[in-house]
Design a protein around this ligand. Structure first.
Ligand code: NOJ
Length: 754
């Protein structure tokens, strides 16, 4: 049979096969097939499986790599016809016919774009996150992408770091719940189904702690903090079966993650028993050279293999040097086998041996109406109402004309946010379009004022002001363009870019009520803007359905239920800023701000406590914060016991009542504090949450269990302890509120002696 016919037959059989999943093999069956295959592979073929390349079409050079077995997986190839042709080369034109895996950064949707992960975190709703991931897997799977480099569960306590957009914020408990939900959404219940993707927990580890919020920067994290905060979501994702992990770019305590045996082998594999796959980050093995950890690429390859990096993404370290390292006895072939095993294992788990091709008959399943609806709901649950002096919802009886102003009102590209390589921006529905549909084009006066968020040219201001004067309410859509956050896009200044703040002042000067709606990739420092505007809505870049979601919220068709997954700073200089901080020996009190200090005041006259002269202390809006069109009241928490043993558990109940006139959803947040410990503990730590919907006047009792693991912390590295002593626990609408009640953890002997 000539190769054309073989290709035709292969693609034909693919069409028949790809709609159904290959039956999932048992673990034992996969192991025996992997062992059999490994025993038949040459060293060269093994090394090829460890090599991942970025795609560039059905190009002769790539075909050459595939036929010679020099590549095991390809990222960034999203044309299903090309995927099938490249796959055909691997399956039909190589000695062992091992299929390729096609991977992509599908971070918050493939075509139907959901809010950026930070926005999804603001929903505090794992079901929304899971649904978004499911839709992303279906859309991406329909072009042959079976591996996404998501979720990113790096805890980020610094808004300057551009990649804060890609994760779930500053808290490990929230990030854990949402990260696990995302993995479930991508992987489904059967990874062999062609509409699933292998998830990738990244970036392992500590990447979000980049010094000064500057991407790729060094990190220094004591092991106790590493385990209490940064590793917590990773451990949960390993337990939840995330098929893959990615190591990070940063060095952690002096050792780059790609060569960090302690992290990758000792903690992940030996301690946690993780048996999935570890991929390097892009070029991160090679980058151990500029880090100053590897002498050259050969050395870097040996270090990465030793640490346990299974796949080399774009460093060419393994293809360049692994053979020589093995031949000279510096790396054992058994070690290489252990890496290859993880790659083959994933290919079997994905069902690629049985079902390698994209079903062209159902390829490109994008933008299903139900997916767009889900994306709209995600926007509605992710937007946070930060301030409302009664301007919202827009009152139809008083408001006839609406001025729509600002560079983010009609920004089809920028509303999608960072990491949307596959965006088709014509599918983005902007706030302008949605408001025109909702209120009638004739009632919307549109004057952007600025062309883009960094724009310093004020020539559009006069039209914007004119529009505001003609209107009954001004909706000012400001924020950050997509490119101002994400990888390598950090900012030292967290204010609104360009002349946006000045435009707000001019709009306010018209005397019309002004609603500021911010779309951004991070929490910005908006002290002045929040004082100026009559209402403030914060929407982390919302994706395809930003417009309809925001329009429903502004009109009051839907109620706000987003809560902040981060602490909003008053000023950039407060960063890193996070709610679960430790106390100082001199906690802030009697704050005297800079303009209130008398001339020539004595050095100690303003007191000696821990705050900034200009920013005071604490967040402008705390972690967990968000308003609603209704109000909620919390009862004092009721505990099942006031004393427990260190291995005991406790039930905490709290009744929440909707005290307003509208239905609404509230996020009940459970916090604890361990008052005295052998290592100082944070002043508050989230330990659980539940989002509930209440009708006006309705009450519901939420119930949380506190287990020993919730009260424990790490001491002496890996060791954990629940230390006897006084704790507080409370249920609250955000990190700054709540009525703490006390309980004691007592030594078992003390309980027995009573
Ligand atoms: C670099 C990024 O750090 C990582 O998150 C991403 O998955 C890879 N590039 C692949 O694009």
């Amino acid at each position: 049979m000539n190769s054309k016919n073989r290709l035709f037959l292969a693609l034909l059989s693919a069409c028949c096969l790809a709609t159904a999943s290959a039956a999932a093999l048992s673990e034992a069956e996969i192991n025996s097939r992997v062992n059999d295959l490994l025993s038949r592979m040459t060293l060269e073929e093994k090394i090829g499986q460890l090599n991942q390349l970025s795609g560039y079409g059905y190009a002769p050079e790539m075909v050459g790599h595939i036929r010679s077995g020099a590549v095991g997986s390809i990222l960034n190839e999203v044309d299903p016809e090309v995927v099938n042709k490249l796959q055909h080369e691997a399956v039909e034109n190589t000695r062992l016919g091992i299929p390729l895996i096609f991977a992509r950064d599908v971070i918050h949707g493939f075509k139907t774009i959901f809010p950026i992960p930070l926005g999804q975190a603001a929903t505090w709703n794992p079901a929304i996150v899971e649904e978004g991931a499911r839709i992303a897997a279906d859309e991406a799977g329909s072009v042959g992408i079976r591996w996404t480099f998501s979720p990113m569960v790096d805890i980020a306590r610094d808004a300057r770091w551009g990649r804060i957009a890609e994760g779930f914020g500053e808290d490990p408990v929230l990030a854990t719940a949402l990260g696990v939900a995302m993995v479930k959404g991508y992987q489904g219940d059967d990874l062999t189904k062609p509409n699933t993707m292998a998830a990738c927990a990244k970036h392992f580890a500590g990447y979000g702690a980049a010094e000064a919020g500057k991407d790729y920067n060094t990190t220094w994290i004591p092991e106790e903090l590493l385990r209490d905060v940064y590793l917590r979501p990773f451990k949960a994702l390993a337990d939840a079966g995330s098929a893959t992990f990615m190591c990070s770019f940063n060095d952690i305590n002096g050792v780059p993650s790609s060569g960090n045996r302690k992290l990758l082998q000792n903690i992940l594999r030996d301690e946690w028993g993780y048996d999935g796959l570890m991929v390097s980050d892009w070029g991160s093995i090679q980058q151990m050279i500029p880090h100053g950890y590897s002498e050259n690429l050969r050395h870097a390859a040996a270090q990465a293999v030793d640490a346990g990096v299974d796949i080399d993404m774009e460093s060419y370290a393994y293809t360049g040097h692994l053979r020589d390292l093995v031949e000279k006895g510096e790396v054992s072939e058994a070690r290489v086998d252990s890496l290859v095993r993880n790659v083959l294992n994933l290919k079997y788990r994905l069902g690629l041996f049985e079902n390698p091709y994209v079903d062209m008959a159902s390829a490109k399943r994008f933008y299903a109406p139900a997916s767009l609806e889900a994306a709209r709901r995600a926007v509605e649950e992710s937007a946070i109402l930060l301030k409302n002096s009664g301007t919202l919802p827009i009152n139809n009886s008083k408001v006839k004309k609406i001025a729509v102003i600002g560079p983010m009102a009609d920004a089809q590209h920028d509303q999608a946010g960072t990491w949307v390589f596959d965006l088709e921006k014509e599918h983005s529905v902007t706030p302008l379009t949605a408001l025109q549909q909702m209120y009638g084009k004739e009632n919307i006066i549109y004057a952007p004022g600025l062309e883009y968020t960094r724009d310093l040219n004020t020539k559009g201001f006069s039209d914007a002001v004119k529009a505001a004067k003609k209107a009954d309410v001004v909706l000012y859509f400001a924020g950050e363009e997509a490119v101002l956050s994400g990888e390598a896009h950090c900012r030292a200044d967290l204010s609104l870019p360009g002349a946006q703040s000045r435009l707000l002042d001019e709009l306010k000067a018209t005397g019309k009520p002004v609603v500021l709606i911010v779309q951004a990739g991070r929490q910005l420092a908006l002290m002045h803007e929040c004082e100026t505007a009559d209402a403030v809505v914060y929407c982390f870049h919302g994706g395809t359905m930003t417009g309809p979601g925001l329009a429903n919220l502004l009109a009051g068709t839907t109620n706000f239920s987003g809560r902040s997954p981060v602490s909003f700073p008053r000023m950039s200089g407060q960063e890193p800023l996070y709610y679960n901080r430790k106390n100082t020996g001199r906690p802030a009190e009697g704050i005297t701000l800079i303009n209130d200090i008398p001339l020539e005041a004595g050095q100690t006259s303003t007191g000696c406590t821990s705050f900034y002269l200009d920013a005071g202390d604490g967040a402008l809006f705390p972690f967990g914060y968000g308003l609603s069109y209704t109000t909620f009241a919390y009862s004092d928490p009721v505990l099942s016991a006031t004393e427990i043993a260190p291995d005991g558990s406790l039930t905490v109940k709290c009744t929440i009542t909707n005290t307003g006139k509208r239905a609404g959803a509230e996020v009940a947040q459970l916090y604890i504090r361990d008052h005295v410990a052998s290592l100082v503990r944070p002043v508050r730590e989230l330990r659980g949450f539940e989002k509930i919907t209440l009708q006006p006047g309705e009450s519901r009792t939420v119930e949380f269990q506190l287990h020993p693991s919730d009260l424990a912390f790490h001491i002496n590295g890996a060791q954990t302890a629940v230390e006897p002593g006084e704790f507080s626990v409370w249920v609250a609408p955000n990190a700054n509120e709540g009525n703490p009640v006390k309980f004691n953890v007592v030594k078992p002997a003390e309980i027995a002696s009573r």
